[in-house]
Design a protein around this ligand. Structure first.
Ligand SMILES: Nc1ncnc2c1ncn2[C@@H]1O[C@H](COP(=O)(O)OP(=O)(O)O)[C@@H](O)[C@H]1O
Ligand SMILES: [Mg+2]
Length: 227
C-alpha cells in the first residue's frame, strides 16, 4: 500500500491532472485505487459523479475533502483495502497538508516550468522538509515537470531545469507534457482509453506519456520503500 500526495501552492500547476492521470493508470494496471479529493474545486469528485450520472463505471473510489481531524483515520481505513491512496491537495501550508504529508510514502510536486512557478514549487519542497524535520523521518518527494511543451523547450525551461539540477532536487525524468488529451479527460469525464483520435489530437502520445510517467512513479516508490 502506498500513499501519494500531490502538492504545490501554485494553482494550475497540474496537481489535479497528474492525480487523475495517475489514478487512471494505476487502476488500469489492476491496482485498487482511492482518491481523496482535497482540492476545494473537487474536480476529481466531479469527474467521478459525471461518470456515475451517465451510468459509466468509475475505475477507482473518490472521496470528497475530509475534515482535517478525520484524514488520518480515513487513510487508515482505506489502507486496509486499497493498494494506492492518492491525495489531491491544495499545497499551501495547512494542517490537512501536514497530516497528508505525515502519511505519504511519496509527495509529488508538479512544476510548470516558468520562473514564478519554480519559486512556488520551492515553497512546496520547503514544506516537505519542514514536515520531515517535525516527524524525524525523510518524506520522499519528487518534482514532476507538468504542462511542458512537447517539442521546443524554451530558454526559461532550460534555465529552470539547470537550477533544479544544481540544487540536486529529486526530479522525475519524464513529466506530463501539455496535451489536449489531459484536458479532454475532464471535459468528457473519460479515461485516456475512452477518448477518440477524432476528437483528441496527439492521443497516442498522451497515452504513452501517461504509461511511462506512471511507471516512473512506481519506480520511485520502489526506490524509496522497496514496495
Ligand atoms: N499536461 C497537461 N496538458 C494539458 N493541459 C493541462 C495539463 N496539466 C494541466 N492542464 C490544464 O491546466 C489547468 C490547471 O491544471 P490543474 O491540474 O487543475 O492544476 P492544479 O490542480 O494544480 O490547480 C487545467 O485547465 C488543466 O486542464
Ligand atoms: Mg487542483
Amino acid at each position: 500500500m502506498a500513499v501519494i500526495s500531490f502538492a504545490n501552492p501554485k494553482g494550475g500547476s497540474g496537481k489535479t491532472t497528474l492525480a487523475l492521470v495517475l489514478a487512471l493508470e494505476l487502476s488500469r494496471n489492476g491496482g485498487k485505487v482511492a482518491v481523496i479529493d482535497a482540492d476545494p474545486n473537487a474536480v476529481i469528485v466531479g469527474w467521478s459523479r459525471n461518470r456515475s450520472a451517465s451510468g459509466t463505471d468509475v475505475p477507482f473510489l473518490t472521496l470528497p475533502r475530509p475534515k482535517e481531524t478525520e484524514l488520518i483515520s480515513t487513510i487508515g481505513e482505506l489502507a486496509k483495502q486499497y493498494d494506492f491512496i492518492l491525495i489531491d491537495l491544495e499545497g499551501t501550508a495547512s494542517r490537512l497538508l501536514s497530516r497528508a504529508f505525515a502519511r505519504s510514502h511519496l509527495v509529488l510536486i508538479p512544476l510548470n516550468p516558468s520562473p514564478i512557478d519554480a519559486r512556488l514549487a520551492a515553497d512546496a519542497v520547503r514544506l516537505v522538509y519542514e514536515e520531515s524535520e517535525a516527524l524525524e523521518r525523510q518524506i520522499p518527494y519528487r518534482i514532476v515537470y507538468s504542462r511542458y511543451p512537447a517539442t521546443v523547450k524554451t530558454k526559461s525551461f532550460k534555465r529552470i531545469a539547470e537550477e533544479i539540477r544544481k540544487e540536486e532536487l529529486p526530479t522525475l525524468r519524464g513529466g506530463l507534457v501539455e496535451r489536449a488529451a489531459f484536458r479532454d479527460i475532464f471535459e468528457f469525464a473519460a479515461t485516456l482509453d475512452e477518448l477518440s483520435e477524432e476528437t483528441t489530437s496527439g492521443l497516442f502520445r498522451a497515452r504513452d506519456n501517461a504509461h511511462e510517467l506512471a511507471q516512473e512513479i512506481i519506480n520511485a516508490l520502489k526506490e524509496e520503500h522497496k514496495i
